[in-house]
Design a protein around this ligand. Structure first.
Ligand SMILES: Cc1cc2nc3c(=O)[nH]c(=O)nc-3n(C[C@H](O)[C@H](O)[C@H](O)COP(=O)(O)OP(=O)(O)OC[C@H]3O[C@@H](n4cnc5c(N)ncnc54)[C@H](O)[C@@H]3O)c2cc1C
Ligand code: SF4
Ligand code: SF4
Length: 1023
């Protein structure tokens, strides 16, 4: 829906005048909302974030007058382009995400609330939950759960979302707001109303508008033909294609009209949900589950038939039955070492089965659960001899791993290499269970004919299959193959009485195939749509196909994954610069982009929009900044979307130097948690750095950022006057002055600057020998000190050296080392980051060739040297550094594992609260709750009670929290950690990152120290 600039400005101004919520029409915002988690792309003309129902109604009325399509959106993580479109996108997840009321067994919510958040609150306060889940558990909004009404993962336990819907408030296409209460269904007249608008108005006033819509719908449905009724009756219980017309007319005489049931699953095409009341459940007991491993996928399917057929096993009550194939199992094993002992390498397929164990109020007895499980294992393993291994799941930890395997098996294909794409075209079909085997045989034969490989999984217990052909979009024959392939797959599914969708609905991808499944009902669907949305403005192209083929909306650059973008690769560097200059691009932008553009391109394209970065739970830390502010700009995926848009030329290159791009890039504080938590391994920190660098190149650095980047130089300069600076830091008036001039936050406790840096100190001291490469045959270690220890805590570096020497290492402190440059990476000061990286690489690589291992005091420095340098410089030397740099605690732990660590520790009797820095987790590729090397090391000290305090990021992120502009947010992020540390029984805090220690002290007034100090005490070097 292309609009001129003037039209767009008018649209924006009109809407801003009408509503309280946000209205944005800029290029960058359009780009951020142009994709979801699938393979389609469509750029909206405007994005609106309403604050309340009035806002929604006003936008809908305006759109109806101006004939602009509307697309409702929750978290935007659908796979079929459901929330995409070129009209106005209405985003519910920004403001309309509240719990409005919690009753004993119901809850009233706004549509943008994430299911995960709702259940977090209900679980804590009432030990209840909203059960059904059809969608990505990390990011699914309740509006979308109702709009799709899919069967989903928990169907066997809870049924469909609409089974738990008490009432629904919707805004219709003309702006009418109606509430559909399922306990009081409207009873419309047996015949359509006659007498024109005045009669309708009179009825609406007397009985409510619901009455009128119920009457019109009943009229459409009562005219169903015999063929339509037959088609309707043949539907699978888990069918989600088309409208649920069969469930609308209720009661003995079919006079009650259940419009809420019709709206559930209508994919936002009949109205926009603005509030819903849902039934809640007592939390289930989870006591018995088992993972079966099979040598063939057909044995697994045979087992499904046995498990689900009640006649064979009347005792069994499965509430979950998931199939995972070999490809996914192997990728899950490779993802995380935790799974290796659990998943046998020879397994061709696995079935994860959970059995009913009752609810919290009515738990099944332990004996009954044990018997049930024994019976199930007996059936599958002993009697039918289908599986070769059965793994019982008993404890809470086992259940957590069980859930993770299911979860990761869904996400894992995003990790596939480069141009190979899992296409979400067939991963939501369902067939009767007894036909599963035949369907899979036929599908595999089809894929063999097309010479493609596919991955297979699904909620097998309800006949659901996720079929993922792995297609290489770089091949010219891939695109033309898609449509015939889809038709073959669907014809196999439909021949066996199945459905083309059991969870997602048809969306943009599948609506064109709906007539294959419902040749007669499709006209009825059109009549229903016309009743509620005669202008076809609500989510057009979904359910009722009326637009161009979806291949016209393919995500840009899909076919180029794995290649260098042509507009960069076709030109040599110098040509590129000339060409760019011709186009009047800011010179500096090109220079920033010139660094290995293919890496940036590949990384930006890796993001598939899966929404895993919206995951806010105990085991996750991804993007601490986005937790308080759930706008799309804060999400890691926004950084990828922005750069992809620029590299694909969907938006101008100059945009990168604009304030909006900077705003987005600045929401990344380089913690690198997405390195391990993003399933697709998108290097978001790097993408954000590139964006910031382009901005800096065009506009220069503001004072605050310049100070951050050049902190080491400034400290060097200030050291002689350290006494004056330290005194100033204690003086309230001077602190106020420093805040106003140098943007140093008044309230922040600042570390004390030394008058002599560590490197200067050893340069002239008796420790001089540490500067010289050692000639003995001891294992050689070079210590990388970095800014904090060098200028603020030289004793820490000294203790590190002492500990290493005590353990028999020959320690060398390279005097010409410079700061790692983490401040420069943080603010996007690329030139300086580049200079520092090249300098340090030259210094360190020489030492590595002499046999030295480089040990950094903090994991943050190690992360900078290994990851950031490699991406920035990308040559053999930086690879060498990446392989040979390790942080202090990891190094000592490796020594311990190799039996080389001295363990003559003295007891240290105290209780410490250990906080794991994000960089330590990211470096050791651990989950948030896993023990870091520092934690494991501290546990070796006798009598030291180490309490892990896992409350997410501390909010400091190196220097980020020291900046005045970030101070408030930094403290807010740290509050859960402060609360836990303030507990009386914790004597003091410990963290292997000095800025984390500084934040912990700041937030609790309890001292926090580096583990080196505790190790030094345990070795007797310090009191
Ligand atoms: C890794 C991964 C795994 C997934 N696994 C599954 C799965 O197992 N099962 C499954 O079903 N899906 C799955 N999905 C798809 C996705 O999770 C679901 O589509 C989910 O419901 C999307 O939620 P959302 O809030 O992002 O919705 P959106 O993408 O924002 O919207 C989804 C639909 O709901 C409509 N909608 C949203 N809010 C409203 C409203 N207020 N009023 C009317 N209509 C509205 C939109 O118009 C759109 O049609 C998966 C996705 C990913 C990335
Ligand atoms: S950044 Fe990673 S986690 Fe976030 S949407 Fe993209 S792929 Fe998913
Ligand atoms: S590096 Fe950290 S702050 Fe940046 S996007 Fe990733 S998780 Fe968020």
């Amino acid at each position: 829906m292309p609009l001129t600039a003037a039209q767009q400005t008018r649209l924006r101004d009109d809407l801003r005048g009408l509503i309280d919520g946000d209205v944005r029409c800029d290029e960058v915002t359009q780009q951020l909302y142009a994709t979801d988690a699938g393979i389609l792309q469509s750029r909206p003309v405007c994005v609106v974030c309403p604050r309340n129902i009035d806002d929604v109604a006003a936008v809908v009325k305006y759109a109806a007058e101006e004939k602009i399509p509307l697309h409702s959106r929750g978290a935007g993580t659908s796979l079929t382009g459901e929330s995409l479109g070129n009209g106005i996108v209405i985003v519910f997840s920004r403001y309309m995400r509240c719990i409005l009321n919690v009753g004993d067994d119901t809850v009233t919510v706004q549509p943008g609330l994430l299911r995960r958040r709702l259940n977090g609150v209900l679980g804590k306060s009432k030990r209840r939950l909203f059960g059904p889940l059809a969608g990505n558990p990390s990011s699914t909004s309740l509006g979308s759960i109702l709009a799709r009404n899919g069967a989903g993962l928990h169907y066997l336990r809870y049924g469909l979302p609409s089974d738990h819907l008490v009432s629904l408030t919707v805004v219709l296409a003309n702006g009418d707001v109606i509430t559909l209460d399922r306990n009081a269904l409207p009873q419309p007249p047996p015949q359509p109303l006659e007498g024109g608008k005045s009669v309708a108005l009179a009825h609406a006033i007397a009985f409510g508008k619901e009455y009128l819509y119920a009457g019109e719908t009943a009229h459409v449905l009562r005219n169903r033909t015999r063929e339509q009724l037959l088609e309707s009756a043949k539907q699978l219980p888990v069918n989600r294609a088309g409208y649920a017309e069969h469930a609308v007319l209720q009661g003995e005489s079919e006079h009650g009209v259940d419009l809420a049931r019709l709206f559930a699953g209508s994919e936002g095409t009949l109205g926009l949900t603005v509030a819903a009341t849902l039934k809640t459940f007592s939390q289930p007991q989870r006591k018995s589950a088992v993972a079966f491993f099979f040598r063939s996928v057909f044995s697994a399917i045979e087992a499904v038939d046995g498990i689900m057929s009640r006649s064979t096993s009347p005792m069994l009550r499965p509430v979950l039955c998931e199939l995972i194939d070999r490809r996914r199992l192997n990728m899950v094993r490779d993802w995380d070492a935790h799974y290796r002992p659990l998943i046998p390498a020879e397994a061709e397929a696995a079935l994860l089965v959970e059995l009913d164990a009752g609810t919290l109020e009515e738990p099944m007895s332990r004996n009954d659960c044990r018997d049930q499980l024994g019976h199930l294992i007996d059936l599958v393993q002993t009697k039918k001899q289908l599986c070769f291994y059965a793994l019982r799941v008993n404890t809470d930890e086992d259940f957590e791993l069980f859930d993770q395997v299911i979860r990761r098996s869904e996400l894992v294909l995003g990790r596939m290499h480069r141009s190979i794409q899992p296409v979400p075209l067939f991963d939501d079909v369902a067939v009767p269970i007894n036909t599963l085997n035949a369907v899979i045989h036929e599908l595999l034969a089809l894929f063999q004919r097309y010479e493609i490989t596919a991955s297979l999984s699904g909620h097998a217990g309800q006949g659901h299959l996720r079929i993922h052909p792995l297609l290489d979009f770089a091949q010219p024959d891939t695109m033309p193959m898609l449509r015939p392939l889809a038709e073959y797959v669907y014809s196999i599914v439909l021949q066996h009485g199945g459905t083309i969708s059991s969870e997602w609905g048809t969306g943009l991808l599948k609506s064109q195939f709906l007539p294959l499944q419902f040749p007669h009902l499709i006209s009825l669907f059109r009549d229903i749509k016309a009743t509620f949305d005669p202008q076809h403005l609500l989510n057009p192209g979904r359910v009722i196909l009326e637009e161009t083929h979806w291949t016209a909306h393919l995500r840009h650059g899909l076919e180029k994954r794995g290649q260098t973008p042509p507009f960069l690769s076709e030109l040599s560097d110098s040509q590129f610069m000339r060409q760019s200059r011709k186009e009047h691009l800011p010179n500096q932008v090109e220079i920033q982009l010139k660094w290995d553009p293919s890496f940036v391109f590949e990384s930006a394209h890796r993001c598939n929009g899966c929404g895993e970065c919206l995951r806010y739970d105990r085991r996750s830390r991804i993007c601490p900044l986005s937790r308080g502010t759930p706008t799309i700009e804060y999400l890691p995926r926004a950084k990828a979307d922005l750069l992809r848009g620029i590299l694909e030329r969907d938006i101008d290159l100059e945009t990168l130097t604009g304030g909006r791009a900077k705003e987005i890039a600045d929401t990344c504080y380089h913690c690198r948690m997405c390195d391990i938590e993003c399933p697709s391994k998108v290097d978001v920190a790097l993408l954000a750095f590139r964006s910031k660098a382009a901005y800096v190149a065009a506009h220069g650095l503001p004072l605050e950022d310049l100070m951050t980047s050049r902190l080491d130089t400034i400290l060097n300069f200030l050291m002689p006057a350290s006494w004056l600076l330290n005194a100033a830091m204690r003086n309230r008036v001077l602190r106020w002055f420093l805040e106003k001039t140098l943007r140093i936050p008044q309230s922040r406790i600042m570390p004390t600057l030394m008058h002599l840096s560590y490197l200067n100190r050893i340069r002239w001291s008796a420790l001089r020998h540490r500067l010289l490469p050692d000639q003995t045959d001891k294992t050689r270690v070079a210590l990388f000190v970095d800014t904090f220890a060098n200028y603020f805590d030289p004793q820490l570096a000294e203790l590190a050296v002492q500990i290493l020497e005590y353990n028999g290492f020959s320690v060398h402190v390279p005097l010409r080392q410079r700061a790692s440059g983490r401040g420069s990476f943080l603010v996007g000061h690329a030139d300086r980051a580049d200079r520092l990286a090249r300098h340090n690489i030259a210094q360190m690589s020489e030492l590595i060739r002499l046999g030295y291992k480089i040990v950094t005091i903090e994991p943050y420095s190690a992360s900078c040297l290994t990851k950031d340098y490699r991406h920035l410089i990308n040559d053999a030397e930086s690879e060498l550094i990446a392989e040979n740099v390790v942080d202090f605690c990891s190094f000592l732990l490796q020594c311990y594992w190799a039996g080389k660590l001295r363990e003559d520790f003295q007891p240290v009797s105290c209780r410490v609260g250990y906080h794991a820095p994000c960089s330590a987790l990211a470096m050791s590729a651990s989950l948030a709750t896993d023990a870091t090397p520092a934690e494991q090391l501290l546990r070796l000290i006798p009598d030291l009670d180490v309490q892990r305090v896992e409350r997410g990021c501390c909010g400091m992120a190196g220097l980020w929290g020291f900046l005045q502009k970030n101070y408030r947010q930094s403290v807010q992020i740290g509050i859960p950690l402060f609360r836990a540390l303030r507990r009386a029984e914790i004597d003091f805090g410990v963290s292997d990152c000095n800025s984390c220690c500084s934040q912990m002290t700041h937030g609790t007034r309890k001292r926090a120290v580096h583990p080196i100090r505790l190790l030094a005490i345990a070795y007797g070097f310090q009191e």
